[in-house]
Write a protein that binds this ligand. Structure first.
Ligand code: CTP
Length: 409
């Protein structure tokens, strides 16, 4: 349980903060809501009070004897502002203390996470751009807003991230500290594959695997929050893609291969988190295969191309390539022995080695793994949310990128 201050600024997206509040309290956190006076023109104080089980005040002069801004600021483990409006960003840059939220932010020394929401023109205005840069320089975490439908019929960057995504990122900062969302991937392009391929047998059947795509989605979410331009190639993933990612949906290994090889040409980091079927049926029946009365024919299989190998063969200077390996220990070696052999065989920069079993890794929100690097680093990531493994992996990948100024392309 952590003490979270949820700041809410006055924008139409303030209604989403109600869902966010709910998610934070359901996760067991002690949440204190600090709306600005204009936020209360969008959402009533009673809603925040009922869901947070705490009184709401907006002004420093409410409950003066309690010196609320000092106490709340000193006790907080995280200050999360969602939505953060252009005005809130500007006031924060200047260290204003003209309401309870602003004063609390000045007192606090815990991580501060801002989720902006505003019209595209306001987000792209040089004043806001400079404010965001200045806040980031100071260590304030500003997550890029999503690209999507705004208040009216217009679309563009400026939409508040969905409450589930913000809650996920807030949890990551609480567990791993502010470094997990530092903006080290600004100006970088990250390509990620996620999910599991399906190889058709006939129009209704396929050979598939148990990958849910959750680890790839977590990687995309954290990379986008760290400023990367993210392309996510999903193979049979139902869950919505993170707001910051451009999504390309595919189904078979061959479709995944085509998209990955094309998109990798412009990527700085490539992560093959998808589970690719090693084989596909040699012949795909046009019609549904009938049960009939005789014994079934065996299904002949053909080897699928190894996409990761092709990506490595195609890599451009400075590109960092990451593979995943789901392993089980056996008579020939431990899980890590197999991982080390695969790292060398595939010539990737980083390999995430998962031990798999009935209960481990697949379709679960958490994961545990060891990350091996070609240059000999080994990082053990204990069981935790998939975003935690994502952040650690991105730390290691971004440390291996060439300096932006010396990009060889
Ligand atoms: N991979 C790929 N193309 C394939 C198979 C796997 O790009 N046809 C990628 C996966 O996305 C993963 C990595 O290769 O990043 C390792 O996958 P894995 O199935 O563990 O490796 P294989 O080479 O198939 O080895 P194994 O014999 O252990 O299955």
């Amino acid at each position: 349980m952590a003490r979270v201050v949820l700041g809410v600024a006055g924008g139409i997206a303030a209604y989403k903060s109600v869902f966010l509040l709910r998610l934070l309290t359901e996760a067991g956190h002690d949440v204190r809501v600090l709306p600005t006076a204009s936020a209360l023109r969008f959402v009533g104080a009673a809603t925040f009070e009922a869901l947070s089980h705490s009184p709401i005040s907006t002004e420093v002069f409410d409950d003066v004897d309690q010196v609320a801004h000092v106490r709340i600021g000193q006790e907080a483990d995280l200050i999360l502002v969602a939505p953060a409006t252009a005005d809130l960003l500007a006031r924060t840059v200047h260290g204003r203390a003209d309401d309870l939220l602003a004063a609390t932010m000045l007192v606090a020394r815990c991580p501060v996470l801002l989720a902006p929401a505003m019209h595209t023109e306001m987000w792209e205005h040089p004043a806001t751009v400079a404010n965001v840069a200045s806040l980031r320089e100071r260590g304030v975490l500003v997550i890029p807003p999503a690209h999507g439908r705004l208040t009216g019929a217009d679309t563009g960057p400026g939409r508040l991230l969905e409450p589930e995504e913000i809650a996920d990122l807030a949890e990551l900062v609480l567990r791993a500290g502010p470094g997990a969302l530092r903006p080290d991937l600004l100006g970088r392009r990250v390509l990620i594959s996620a999910g599991g391929t399906r190889e058709p047998v006939d129009p209704v059947r396929f050979l598939g695997n148990r990958s849910s795509g959750k680890q790839g989605l977590a990687l995309a979410r954290v990379a986008a929050a760290r400023g990367a331009e993210v392309t996510l190639v999903t193979a049979n993933v139902d869950a919505p893609a993170p707001a910051g990612a451009r999504r390309i949906a595919v189904s078979t290994a061959e479709q995944l291969r085509v998209e990955m090889l094309r998109e990798a040409k412009r990527a700085d980091i490539v992560v093959m988190a998808a589970a690719v079927a090693d084989f596909r049926p040699t012949v795909v029946s046009d019609g549904k295969i009938k049960k009939g009365s005789s014994d079934p024919e065996p299904v002949a299989l053909t080897r699928n191309p190894d996409i990761l190998r092709e990506l490595v063969a195609d890599r451009h200077p400075g590109q960092v390539i990451v593979g995943f390996a789901a392993e089980t220990g056996d008579a020939n070696g431990t899980v890590l022995d197999h991982g080390a052999a695969k790292l060398a065989a595939k010539s990737v920069d980083l390999l995430v080695v998962n031990e798999v079993g009935a209960e481990i890794a697949f379709d679960r929100p958490d994961n545990a793994a060891t990350i091996l690097s070609a240059d000999g680093e080994q990082a053990i990531v204990a069981r935790g949310p998939k975003a935690l493994l994502a952040a650690r992996l991105l730390d290691m990948a971004s440390a291996r990128l060439p300096d932006q100024g010396s990009d060889p392309r």
